[in-house]
Design a protein around this ligand. Structure first.
Ligand SMILES: Cc1ncc(COP(=O)(O)O)c(C=O)c1O
Length: 402
């Protein structure tokens, strides 16, 4: 038997999957059509360039019926050969999972250690690549927004570091939790493969994975890569030219994607980025006014998507989350990996507004108090003071969270 209805809406404040707006749910609820018929070809032909706009690329974007993990694997198997060396950074739990996946595929991963409180250090990228005179490193893997920590990495700066070392390594970037939430520019930042997923900034249910690919990445894929079949870009791009896929695509999620892009473009991506930054700022104001610590220790790298909050010694983040779920019907993100029980994560991304954030922070403040966590009861007030300031009508700072 399912649990009885509790009244009102559940607050899904994990950093993805996010709230799926009614408009998108209605779009997904349209009848499934023949994926080999003309109506489907019309859908794909209009959709693919729209998806490229979200990644800010003039090049192709491959859409997989997969979770983000599938899109991670697709990026690696298309451009890297067995035994290739790749450079990765231990910036958090997801960066760790991606490098483990690379290792399992037979790649040699050089993992630069990190404290999970800072992003990728571009100077280290330059130093490491400048020392690689033989060009043994074939790719640099970066997670743009580390969902486990709320710390971003500067993709443009990493690109500049690769260029400064005059190194031909490909740049592979995970934007699974930053796409359509934090400023991102595939072409301008010279990224070779951008990996994305549907269930975060795109406001869709889980189930779609993306690879945006540069001409250099396409070339690498044509010349070699790892053994692959389903994830091979070649047959998909060939079928896409006529508006089709070489397998049965996730038709209804594609309806949802079309609607999501329309909604993002109605708001403008710049306004969406600025909204996320503003909500991140208000959330940090709350955390600091409670007297708690934000996990991210670099002011330039705070995520607009989520905030990871460090629990005071002797207090368990999972017990807090359980209590908040039980009392206020709100789900918060758990601490992952080495952060288990030590942090909780407040998701403030996707289809979200000021009052939803205010409600979220009220639930967190009450939960902290009920759990006996020593806090000042000033967090919500501090956040409301931020939210009373009208959003700037201008454009999000191009470097914020980049
Ligand atoms: C940054 C990041 N990368 C990769 C993944 C893995 O994606 P999925 O769980 O959709 O396979 C996630 C999932 O949350 C993520 O946040």
């Amino acid at each position: 038997m399912s649990a009885p209805h509790r009244g009102g809406r559940h607050f899904l404040q994990i950093p993805g999957p996010t709230n799926v707006p009614d408009r998108i749910l209605r779009a997904i609820a349209q009848p499934t059509i023949d994926h080999r018929g003309p109506a489907f070809a019309d859908l794909t032909r209009a959709l693919l360039p729209a998806v490229s706009r979200i990644f800010r690329t003039a090049g192709p974007v491959i859409i997989y019926p997969s979770s983000g993990t599938g899109a991670w694997e697709a990026a690696l198997v298309n451009v890297l050969a067995p035994g290739d060396r790749v450079l990765a950074f231990d910036t958090g739990y997801f960066a760790g999972l991606w490098q483990e996946l690379a290792t399992r595929l037979g790649l040699q991963v050089e993992l630069v250690p990190g404290d999970w409180r800072h992003g990728v250090e571009p100077a280290l990228v330059q130093q490491r690549l400048a020392g690689d005179r033989q060009h043994a490193v074939k790719a640099v893997m970066v997670v743009h927004n580390e969902t486990s920590t709320g710390v971003t990495s500067g993709v443009a700066e990493v690109r500049a570091a690769i260029d400064a070392a005059d190194h031909p390594a490909l740049l592979l970037v995970d934007t699974i939790s930053s796409l359509a939430s934090i400023d991102y520019r595939h072409d301008e930042w010279g990224v070779d493969v951008t990996v994305g997923g549907s269930q975060k900034g795109l406001m869709l249910p889980p189930g779609l994975g993306f690879n945006a690919v540069s001409a250099k990445a396409l070339d690498a894929a044509r010349q070699g890569g790892l053994p692959r079949s389903y994830f091979d870009w070649g047959p998909i791009l060939a079928a896409n030219r006529d508006g089709f896929y070489p397998y049965t695509p996730a038709t209804n999620l594609l309806y949802g994607l079309r609607e999501a892009i329309a909604m993002l473009e109605e708001q403008t991506l710049e306004a969406v980025f600025a909204r996320h930054q503003r909500h991140g700022h208000a959330t940090r104001a709350a955390v600091r006014a409670w007297g708690l610590e934000v996990l991210c220790q670099d002011e330039r790298r705070h995520s607009g998507v989520l905030t990871a909050v460090v629990m005071p010694e002797g207090h368990d983040a999972d017990a807090l989350r359980e209590r908040i779920l039980e009392r206020f019907d709100m789900s918060l993100g758990a601490g992952l990996g080495r952060l288990k029980g030590r942090v909780f994560r407040i998701g403030h991304l996707g289809d979200f507004n000021d009052l939803m954030l205010a409600g979220t922070l009220c639930g967190v403040e009450m939960g902290l108090a009920l759990s006996g966590v020593p806090i000042a009861r000033d967090g919500v007030a501090a956040a409301l003071a931020c939210l009373e300031t009208p959003p700037a009508s201008g454009v999000a700072s191009p470097t914020a969270g980049a």
